[in-house]
Design a protein around this ligand. Structure first.
Ligand code: PHE
Length: 345
């Protein structure tokens, strides 16, 4: 018994003086473990008389409980101390000045592209994509521009090889979309993307530029649908109250084809330098999808018809933001780019 009480005293004083959680765990293993002094002392129970054994058993249990309780209590204290110490070591001085983070701005073309996407998604269109390195087959042939067709001269083309081009417009995505729909309408897509032409770069020409194609196919589509759609586009992008004017034009893949003008958003039609005194600004090419294209791409042109349009996004951005040189879009000049920081523009 005395032995047990001595063990208890010894344990409690060591626990009391214990400096950290690791030593405390060692003490727990030592005093309460199978090879510990209590267990050792209990070996002598075998030779005791029954009453003595019961009393001894009781005391040894009490000693174990006392040690366990002391360890639990010390553990709570040491854990709290460890957290406090960690907090003190990792204290952050929130009064220090922070680093200056330079916030990037969106490229004006990205802004126009996103505006277009939002507008047309809202009208139930989907966004389609196609490759920039395109087969002649999609860029020309399926759009009713066979190899020796004179209208190919309208678009000076970068050829990769005899059958492969850098796409000269986003219209090949019309052919791709029609083919993958396997003759079943309706279709409503836009496709914004990069396009390439062998132009000499100047203030209004760039060998690489951006278009946004639109294609709608269904059973009762008319030119009035095209006009209404472009009216929404003009009002949304250039401000309410724009007028739209169709002028006859020619594209092999649309019939009839039109060149579309909007009334000048700057002078309201009176005539100014932006509209070159005409009151009108040419903004895009469009038309009713040529039945030949529908047939070549697996659509029954007796049942289906539709419209298509192609908008030059640089031109839209130049008009909208008053940019005077297309090369600004591609020169990465921060003095130019940083002007488009306004959240409202
Ligand atoms: N792809 C034509 C161009 O780049 C524009 C266009 C698209 C015209 C769709 C009609 C219909 O000039």
């Amino acid at each position: 018994m005395n032995e047990l009480l001595k063990i208890k005293e010894d344990a409690l004083s060591q626990i009391e003086a214990c400096p950290d959680l690791k030593v405390l765990n060692d003490l727990r293993v030592h005093f309460l473990g199978k090879k510990g002094p209590i267990q050792e002392a209990m070996k002598s129970m075998k030779t005791m008389a029954p009453e003595e054994r019961a009393a001894f058993g009781q005391v040894s249990n009490e000693v174990k409980q006392a040690i366990t309780a002391a360890i639990d209590e010390a553990k709570v204290k040491l854990e709290a101390a460890a957290i406090n110490q960690k907090l003190a070591e990792e204290v952050i001085d929130i009064t220090l000045p922070s680093f200056h983070v330079h916030e990037g701005t969106k490229h004006p073309l990205t802004m126009i592209e996103e505006e277009m996407e939002e507008l047309f998604l809202g009208m139930g269109y989907q966004i389609a994509e196609g490759p920039e390195v395109e087969l002649d087959h999609f860029n020309f042939e399926l759009l009713n521009l066979p190899k020796d067709h004179p209208a190919r001269d309208m678009q000076d083309t970068f050829y990769i090889d005899e059958n492969t081009v850098m796409r000269t417009h986003t219209s090949p995505v019309q052919a791709r979309t029609l083919l993958s729909a396997k003759g079943k309408g309706p279709i409503k897509i836009i496709c914004p993307g990069k396009t390439y032409r062998k132009d000499d770069d100047d203030a209004t020409h760039s060998h690489q530029f951006t278009q946004c194609e639109g294609l709608v196919i269904d059973e009762n589509i008319t030119m009035a649908d095209l006009k209404g759609t472009l009216q929404v586009f003009a009002d949304k992008i250039f401000g309410e109250g724009r007028e739209i004017r169709f002028r006859p034009s020619f594209f092999p893949f649309t019939e009839p084809s039109v060149e579309v003008d909007i009334s000048c958003f700057s002078c309201g039609g009176k005539g100014c330098s932006i509209c070159k005194q005409t009151g009108w600004i040419e903004i895009l090419g469009a038309g009713m999808v040529n039945p030949k294209v529908l047939d070549m791409c697996g659509f029954d042109s007796k049942k289906y018809q539709g419209f298509a349009f192609g908008i030059g996004l640089e031109r839209v951005a130049m008009l909208k933001y008053g940019i005077d040189d297309i090369r600004h879009f591609y020169s990465s000049d921060l003095r130019f780019l940083n002007q488009f920081n306004r959240k409202d523009s």
